[in-house]
Structures are given as structure tokens and as C-alpha cells.
Design a protein around this ligand. Structure first.
Ligand SMILES: [Zn+2]
Length: 242
């Protein structure tokens, strides 16, 4: 299993940066986890949109789904110009009417609504969704393939569910939006230390930190490593063997 980071910025893409998006390659499949603003150019450096087998959207904040809308424009343009593209599988929380109208008109996506405990199967890959506390309906996802487990937190406040979702994972890709002293969003995002604590409680192999503000990067790493030494900062453009 291989993980490639196309975006890891919190809330808004920084100069030259990109918001949450991660490619998982396993069992011959390509699964994209989230498609935040500014991630699509990063993705296209390594992969054609039409080569994806599945797009998973953890929740409908634009730093996690913003570029999905432009991806749809690209795919429908290619179809209109005569390319024979099969509908691309898309998993997300229930879409509000405006988003369904944007995304589901035409045959670009084949959409599945996820819910707490729901599973999605591709040949050789199983995904399980865990609803986590956030400002909007939001899911962590556990991806099992090739005997390996990757759990992605999505955006989450502190909760017990994340440790269940990450239990025994080889890699836990976890948000670390906050550092000590930043309490304003602490019920719907994680402190870096809390990400470390979940990694420890869940006995994961490694913790990869995402959704952090780059000005806080060193503190994010130090505070996560206090609870879980095998923590590192995810980097845009990097790939990780799991
Ligand atoms: Zn969010």
C-alpha cells in the first residue's frame, strides 16, 4: 500500500500549498481521499483523474471537497469531446440539494452516500466509515488492503471513535489542526497532542500528521511525539510505503 500526499494545509491553501487530498494505491486500485482546494494541480502531476477508481470525500467543507467541483467540469468536458469515460465512483456524506445538482447531473460520477459503519468494497480493498464529531457530518475512513490498514481521520474533534477507527492501523493519517493554547476550535478539531494520544491508544504503527498550519509545524510535531514518538509531518508531494 502506498500513500501520496497532494494536500495537507488546514482550512485554506497556503502560498504554493494545497488542502487535504491523499492518494492510496493498493491491490491495483487508486483511491483518492478528499479533494481540497488547490489539490487538483498536485494530483495531476502524478495521475490522470480518469485513472482513479474511487474518490472518497470525508465531509463537505471546501478544504476537503472544493476541487471535486472543478474535477467534474474537467471530466464532463472530456466526455463532451468524445472520450469514453466510465462514471467515476464517488463516496461522500449525504449531499445537500445544491451539491447534488452540481455533481450528479450527467454521468460523471456514480455516487454512494456513506453513513456511520457503512462499508465500500473494491476488488481487494475494503473501506469502513466512522462518523466523527465536527461542524458538519464528517467521517474517518479505515482502508484495508494487501494485509495493511490505513486510517484517515478526516476532520474530527476529540472522541473515542477515532481510536476504534485507527485500532492496529499500520498508518494513522490524522489531523492536527491545533497546538497547545489554541482552544477556540478544540471541540471540532484535534490538538497535536490529542492526535498522538489516539495513535498511542490505538497501537498504530506510525502517525502521519496532516491538516496543520505550517507556522505551527514544529510544535505540532513536538507535541504529537510527546505521546507517540513515531509521529511525522506529512509533506505535499511525498509518498509513503505502508
Ligand atoms: Zn472541516
Amino acid at each position: 500500500m502506498k500513500l501520496t500526499v497532494f494536500g495537507n494545509n488546514a482550512s485554506c491553501p497556503e502560498a504554493g500549498g494545497a488542502c487535504s487530498s491523499f492518494l492510496v494505491e493498493a491491490a491495483g486500485k487508486r483511491i483518492l481521499l478528499d479533494m481540497g482546494c488547490a489539490s487538483l494541480p498536485q494530483l495531476q502531476r502524478q495521475c490522470d483523474l480518469a485513472e482513479l477508481d474511487l474518490i472518497v470525500i470525508s465531509h463537505l467543507h471546501f478544504d476537503h471537497c472544493g476541487d471535486l467541483f472543478c474535477a467534474k467540469y474537467q471530466l464532463e468536458t472530456r466526455i463532451a469531446r468524445g472520450q469514453a469515460l466510465a462514471p467515476l465512483a464517488l463516496c461522500s456524506p449525504a449531499l445537500p440539494e445544491w451539491a447534488a445538482k452540481e455533481l450528479l447531473q450527467g454521468e460523471v460520477f456514480r455516487h454512494t452516500t456513506v453513513f456511520d459503519g457503512s462499508q465500500y468494497q473494491l476488488e481487494g480493498v475494503e473501506l469502513t466509515f466512522f462518523q466523527v464529531p465536527h461542524l458538519v457530518e464528517s467521517y474517518a475512513v479505515r482502508v484495508c488492503a494487501e494485509g495493511k490498514i490505513l486510517t484517515y481521520s478526516g476532520d474530527s474533534g476529540p472522541c473515542e471513535i477515532l481510536a476504534c477507527a485507527a485500532k492496529g492501523a499500520d498508518c494513522f493519517l490524522c489531523e492536527a489542526s491545533l497546538v497547545e493554547g489554541q482552544h477556540a476550535e478544540s471541540n471540532h478539531h484535534l490538538m497535536a497532542g490529542e492526535a498522538g494520544r489516539v495513535a498511542k491508544d490505538a497501537h498504530v504503527g506510525r502517525l502521519l500528521l496532516t491538516h496543520y498550519h505550517s507556522e505551527d509545524a514544529q510544535q505540532v510535531l513536538i507535541q504529537a511525539q510527546r505521546c507517540f514518538p513515531n509521529a511525522s509531518l506529512s509533506c505535499i508531494g511525498e509518498s509513503y510505503e505502508i
